[in-house]
Design a protein. Sequence first.
Length: 236
Amino acid sequence: MQHSDRNPRVSNPHQRHGYSLLELVITLALVIWLGSLSIANLGKIKGQIHRMTCTSHLRQWGLATILFASDHDDWLPMDGSPNGHSKHQGWYISLPRSLGVTPYHQEPWRTNHLVRPPSQNIWICPSNRRRSNGKNLFHYAANRHINGTGAGNRVKLSGIVSPNQTIWMFDNGGLAALGGWNQVHTNLHSKGSNFLFLDASVDHRNNFDYWNFEDRKAKVSPHGMQWLPSLGKPLP
């Protein structure tokens, strides 16, 4: 039997073991780059989910408005007080009843910033980081110009000439239950806001559509939207 003179424990000088420092650096850089792409895509997907959830919540408020009007001789709900303290009248009292959801005054997060509101709650926009100031919290506000001045005023839905362009609710940049063009959030959902119209449709608008950044004020008559309703003769 012939025996090899080569010692198996002696490595071949031409055989490579492991990776060079340069290869490790390149590999590490590639992993970090791919990871950054994944994080960016994950954030984008998360934002899209939040926007869809917010749209769904506003559509439910739109459905509640249609149901309320059909059950109350075409009348829209009263505004209620801006601070949301009323337990007897206001859109935040009437509309939850139409959907069978928890009324606003029974939600613990409305006056306690330590209570984390669930993102699937119809009152909450998951992209809105605002929390209670100890008094109230509305992620969605109703357009205070629809019913006119006075907490007890209201109009009929059929009396709105262009319900598909008339703003009913919107992503709230403040905390109050009621507001107008100066209260719309300008930095949600890809730097914009969702709007609910009186035909129960929801549309996303970029912030430059409704906000003048040069003058630092809202646009009173943004294209395709009406804050001030055009009133006609309601159905009998």
